[in-house]
Design a binder for this molecule. Structure first.
Ligand SMILES: Nc1nc2c(c(=O)[nH]1)N[C@H]1C(S)=C(S)[C@@H](COP(=O)(O)O)O[C@H]1N2
Ligand SMILES: [Mo]
Length: 560
C-alpha cells in the first residue's frame, strides 16, 4: 500500500470515528437533557420531505419496518459522508473540518426546523450542538495525529513539518517493531516531495504519531459507542410498569356484550377483536413517545367560549364510555392489513367541546400530537352523536405506547389520518379554511369517510384446497353505517350471499363465511360488501391516495 493510500485510509477511518463520536455524544445529550436526537431529527425530516409516492410505497411495502430502515439509511449516509470527508482530509485537511461542521449544522438545522414542539428551543438543538462540537474536535484531533494540520498556515506548516521530522524518528522506532510498513510510510513521505509542491494543503508532513492516532481513534470510538449505549439504556420517558400500573376507572357506559357468533369460526380468519400486539400501527414517529401522564395536559382552545386545560386525572374523573370501534388506515390497499378492531374506553369529545362552548362558524377541530403532527377533523363528526372519544384504554389496558398513550382520539367512520390523533395534547376549534394539516399538506383529502370494503382472509392467495365442500372467510367494514350484506363470486359466476356473523355495532367490522363446492382447477374468489345505506362496494379500482382505496379483493385458489 502506498503511503498516500494508507494515509487516506487512516484519515477516512478517523473521519468516520469523529462523526460517530459526535453522534454518540449527541444521542447521549438527547437522552439526558431532551431535545432532538440528531439521527432521528434528520430521519424525521426525510419522512416529512419524502414525496407522496415514496411514502406510500414505504407504508405499503415496508410497514413498520420502514422506521429502522430509515434510521439505517441516515446512519449509512453519515458514515459514507464522514469516510469521504476523512479521505479528502488526507489531501485537504481543511475540507474535512468543513464537511464535519456541515454534518453538525445539519443536525442542528433538523432539530430547529423539526415539527417537535419544545418549550425550550435551546434544549431542542442542544444535542445537535454537542454533535457539531464533538465531531469537529474529533476530526481536528484525528488530522493532527496524522500530522495533517487543518489550520496549517505558513508558520504552522513549518512547525508541522518540523514536528514531522521529530515523528520521523518515532516512526522509525515503531518501524523496528513493525518492519517494512513503517519504513514504507516514511519513505513514501520523502518521495512525495512533489505533492508538497502541489499546493498548501498537499503538504503531508513526514511521519505521523502512530500512538497518538491510535489513542485518538480509540477515544473517539469509545465516545461514540459509549454515548450510544448509555443513551439507549437510560430510561426514556415512563416505564412499561407505570403504564400498565394505571388504573382506568370503570366506564359509566359499558359496551354491549359482544354477541355470540361475531366470529367467523374458520382457522385463519381475523379475530373479531384484534389483540393490541397485532394491531396495525401507522404513524410518522421514529421513536415512540413515552409521555408521563402526570405531565400530560390537553389544551382546548380556538373558537370556544372558554379555554380548557385538562390533566390526565381530570380526564379519568369524567364520564367514561366503553365502545367497540374498528379503525382503518387510508393507506390500506384493497385486501390490505391496515384495519383492526378494539374495545376502547374514553371520554366523549362532544362533552368536552360542549363544556368549552363551540362558537358559531367553526367547522373543524385541529388536533396536535406531542410531536407536532396535526390532524383536521370535521367538527360535525365529533358532535353528531357518534361515539367520538378521547380514548385512554384499548382492549382492557391503558393505551399501549405505540397506540397513543396516554390519550388518543378515536372517531367511528373516519380514516385514522383525519381523526385518530395519537399522543394528542392540543385541540383547536377552527375552520378548515384557516389551516391545513400534516397529511392534507401531502396530497391527501381534507375529509375522508371510510369506504365500504371487504377482505378475504382465507383461503390465502394460491392456497391449495381439496376438492369438495370448502369454506372462505373474511371481514367487511363500513364504520358508522354498518354492513348488511357480503357476497362472493366464484370465477365469473353469479354473486352469492355469504353468511354474516352477528353484528356487534355499526362502528365495527363484520365477519363473513362462504361455503362452496370446490371443483378441481384454479378458481378465483371475489368478495363485495353492501353497507346499511344500500351502497354496494364499488368494483372501480382506486389507489389509496387521495382518500382511500377501492375495488374488489379477490384471491386465486388451486383446487386438487
Ligand atoms: N400522532 C399521530 N397520530 C396518528 C398518526 C400519526 O402519524 N401521528 N397516524 C394516523 C393514522 S394515518 C392512522 S391510520 C392511525 C393509526 O392508529 P394505530 O397506529 O393505533 O393503528 O393513527 C393516526 N394517528
Ligand atoms: Mo392512516
Amino acid at each position: 500500500m502506498t503511503k498516500t493510500r494508507r494515509l487516506r485510509l487512516l484519515a477516512s477511518l478517523g473521519g468516520a470515528l469523529a462523526a460517530g463520536a459526535g453522534l454518540g455524544l449527541g444521542e447521549l445529550t438527547a437522552a439526558l437533557a431532551g431535545g432532538t436526537s440528531p439521527v432521528v431529527g434528520v430521519a424525521t425530516h426525510l419522512v416529512d420531505m419524502a414525496p407522496g409516492p415514496a411514502k406510500d410505497w414505504a407504508v405499503k411495502n415496508l410497514g413498520t419496518a420502514d422506521k429502522p430502515i430509515l434510521i439505517g439509511v441516515v446512519l449509512l449516509g453519515v458514515t459514507v459522508f464522514a469516510l469521504l470527508g476523512g479521505a479528502i482530509g488526507a489531501w485537504k485537511p481543511k475540507v474535512a473540518v468543513v464537511m464535519t461542521v456541515l454534518l453538525g449544522l445539519l443536525a442542528i438545522l433538523a432539530a430547529a426546523t423539526g415539527r417537535t414542539l419544545a418549550a425550550n428551543h435551546f434544549v431542542q438543538v442542544l444535542p445537535g450542538i454537542v454533535t457539531l462540537l464533538a465531531a469537529t474536535a474529533g476530526i481536528i484531533w484525528v488530522l493532527r495525529a496524522l500530522n495533517l494540520n487543518p489550520f496549517g498556515g505558513g508558520e504552522r506548516r513549518k512547525a508541522a513539518v518540523a514536528g514531522g521530522s521529530k515523528q520521523h524518528a518515532s516512526g522509525n522506532q515503531l518501524a523496528t517493531g513493525r518492519n517494512a510498513s513503517g519504513d514504507q510510510l516514511t519513505d513514501g513521505r520523502d518521495a512525495s516531495g512533489n505533492e508538497v509542491a502541489d499546493g498548501p494543503d498537499a503538504s503531508a508532513p513526514a511521519g505521523f504519531d502512530r500512538r497518538g492516532f491510535l489513542v485518538t481513534t480509540m477515544a473517539l470510538g469509545a465516545a461514540g459507542v459509549g454515548g450510544l449505549v448509555v443513551s439507549r439504556v437510560l430510561p426514556n420517558g415512563v416505564s412499561e410498569a407505570t403504564r400498565t400500573g394505571i388504573k382506568i376507572p370503570g366506564p359509566a357506559s359499558r359496551a354491549g356484550a359482544v354477541p355470540a357468533g361475531v366470529s367467523a369460526d374458520v382457522a385463519g380468519a381475523s379475530r373479531f377483536v384484534t389483540p393490541n400486539k397485532q394491531f396495525y400501527r401507522v404513524d410518522t414517529l421514529l421513536t415512540v413517545p413515552k409521555i408521563d401522564p402526570r405531565n400530560w395536559e390537553l389544551r382546548v382552545h380556538g373558537m370556544v367560549d372558554h379555554d380548557l386545560r385538562l390533566s390526565f386525572a381530570d380526564l379519568l374523573g369524567r364520564r367514561l364510555i366503553e365502545r367497540d370501534i374498528t379503525l382503518t388506515c387510508v393507506s390500506n390497499e384493497v385486501g390490505g392489513p391496515y384495519v383492526g378492531n378494539a374495545r376502547w374506553i374514553g371520554v366523549p369529545i362532544a362533552e368536552i367541546l360542549r363544556e368549552a362552548g363551540v362558537q358559531a362558524g367553526a367547522d373543524a377541530v385541529r388536533s396536535t400530537s406531542v410531536d407536532g403532527l396535526t390532524i383536521g377533523t370535521p367538527l360535525k363528526a365529533l358532535t353528531d352523536g357518534r361515539d367520538a372519544i378521547f380514548a385512554v384504554a384499548m382492549n382492557g389496558e391503558p393505551l399501549p405506547f405505540e397506540h397513543g398513550f396516554p390519550v388518543r382520539m378515536v372517531v367511528p367512520g373516519l380514516y385514522g389520518y383525519v381523526s385518530a390523533t395519537k399522543w394528542v395534547v392540543d385541540i383547536e376549534v377552527t375552520r378548515f379554511e384557516d389551516f391545513s394539516a400534516y397529511w392534507t399538506d401531502r396530497g391527501w383529502s381534507v375529509e375522508a369517510p371510510i369506504k365500504t370494503s371487504s377482505r378475504i382472509d382465507v383461503p390465502k392467495g394460491f392456497a391449495q384446497v381439496k376438492a369438495g365442500p370448502a369454506v372462505a372467510a373474511g371481514v367487511a367494514w363500513a364504520q358508522h353505517r354498518g354492513i348488511t350484506k357480503v357476497e362472493v363470486q366464484v370465477d365469473d359466476g353469479p354473486w352469492q350471499p355469504a353468511e354474516l356473523a352477528a353484528q356487534d355495532t355499526i362502528d365495527t367490522w363484520r365477519q363473513w363465511t362462504f361455503r362452496w363446492n370446490a371443483t378441481p382447477g384454479n378458481h378465483k374468489l371475489t368478495v363485495r360488501a353492501t353497507d346499511a345505506d344500500g351502497q354496494v362496494q364499488t368494483a372501480d379500482r382506486a389507489a389509496p391516495r387521495p382518500n382511500g382505496s377501492s375495488g374488489l379483493h379477490n384471491t386465486v385458489v388451486m383446487v386438487e
